[in-house]
Design a protein around this ligand. Structure first.
Ligand code: C5P
Length: 400
């Protein structure tokens, strides 16, 4: 139920506005308090009277309420809401939101909202896949806006494709799940390592690996979504988290990553170490570019600090530690040994033998290894869903 929850519902000009009436009904059925802001274009599609009657509040459309000079306080509306959802969101409004335009009450309220913002796009299929729309949606995602993907089906144009606004019942359930979710990760300080490390050879060359950093970034976003206070120590990677509350510390080498982790660990509740840290570094980094004057070149490598091992050795019984392992043979046995050696609470084992798993891919297939020899095997799935599984497991373990 959404009893006592305040939902600000933005409506823009699309055929899908007829669904907004149903969305209000669904939210009211869940006992939410719903206030509606419409753009003037949306009033061509549905009457404000319908939406004010359903929501039991006057509908706000203009900056000025009436001719007596009373204004509609957009800041107040933005601060009032526990969630601001724009459904349907047209390509026009999405692009204005992405670039901070503020020429109507709905956009001004978006700019002053402090609550989570969701959009449910609705448009014709070609408009949805147009590169400007895609870019604008990406900008909004980067700003932390949650996108409710449109669905496939027949569109108002008569064409068939992706562009239909998600069904009101589904949206209402998603809102219910978000506003009622109370995670035990809320307020917890979590440090996550991600990406590869680059170990310099000379000013232009390095020893690295194929890690993309996707897993670390996904885990950081998932933990932040559940209210944790996340620090992501990220090696060289072109990935970045969506949630702007995440503190990102960019590092290059294993030693830099180690320094960042050591600085933070004492004040940290949970560590998740997904970085693919280079085991060795070059002993003497050449200050100048090495010339190809001789036929062979020998680099002397020395061992890097094992960051996870250090963290496990400095773990108090209030702290929780997760490591990753990529094994090619005797996987389970080696993983169990690693769990004990590094004093971990959870080890995520992924095998290079599985197709679609490991580096570079957007999917992974993992097994959770726990101290009591308990194993949980998962199917091959997108890394985003794997991230949810991992964070769910951490939540569950903290409860026990
Ligand atoms: O021992 P192995 O390298 O297989 O362990 C992998 C786990 O240890 C990963 O969680 C990785 O992030 C972490 N690790 C580390 N520092 C290293 C090597 C690995 O934190 N130098």
């Amino acid at each position: 139920m959404l009893t006592g929850k305040k939902i600000l519902l933005g409506v823009t000009g699309s055929i899908a506005t007829y669904k907004t009436a149903y969305l209000i009904r669904e939210l009211i059925k869940l006992e939410a308090d719903v206030k509606v802001i419409m753009t003037s274009a949306s009033t061509d599609f549905i009457s404000p009277l319908t939406l004010s009657t359903l929501s039991k509040h006057p509908v706000a459309i203009d900056f000025i309420k009436n001719k007596n000079g009373e204004w509609e306080n957009h800041v107040e509306l933005g601060l009032w809401a526990d969630l601001f959802i724009i459904a349907p969101a047209t390509a026009n409004t999405i692009s204005k939101m992405a670039y901070g335009l503020c020429d109507n009450l709905l956009l001004a309220s978006y700019l002053s909202a402090r609550c989570p913002v969701w959009i449910a796009p609705a448009m014709d299929l070609d408009m949805f896949v147009h590169h400007t729309t895609k870019k604008n949606i990406q900008i909004l995602e980067d700003h932390g806006v949650n996108i409710i993907e449109p669905t496939f089906g027949e569109l108002a144009s008569g064409l068939e494709g992706k562009g239909r606004m998600e069904e009101p019942e589904v949206i209402a359930n998603q809102i219910d799940a978000l506003l009622n979710q109370s995670s035990n990760l809320k307020g917890k300080k979590i440090i996550i390592t991600g990406g590869p490390t680059y170990e310099a050879i000379d000013p232009v060359r390095f020893i690295g690996n194929y890690s993309s950093g996707k897993t670390g970034v996904i885990l950081a976003d998932e933990c932040a979504k559940r209210g944790a206070n996340v620090t992501l120590v990220l090696g060289p990677s072109n990935q970045k988290p969506k949630n702007s509350n995440i503190k990102v510390l960019r590092v290059n080498s294993a030693e830099e990553m180690f320094e960042a982790v050591k600085r933070e660990w004492l004040q940290t509740d949970i560590g998740i170490f997904s970085a693919a840290v280079a085991d060795y570094r070059v002993e003497n980094i050449s200050p100048k570019k090495i010339k190809k004057s001789s036929d062979s070149l020998t680099l002397n490598l020395v061992k890097n600090p094992d960051i996870l091992l250090w963290t496990g050795q400095h773990k108090s019984n209030k702290q929780y530690l997760v490591g990753f392992a990529l094994e090619t043979d005797n996987e389970i046995e080696n993983a169990q040994k690693k769990l004990v050696k590094k004093n971990l609470d959870l080890l995520i084992l992924n095998s290079l033998n599985d197709k679609g798993a490991g580096f570079k891919h957007d999917t992974n297939k993992v097994t959770f290894v726990k101290p009591n020899n308990k194993l949980t095997h998962f199917e091959l799935k997108p890394k985003t869903l794997m991230g949810i599984d991992i964070v769910n497991q951490i939540e569950k373990d903290l409860n026990e």
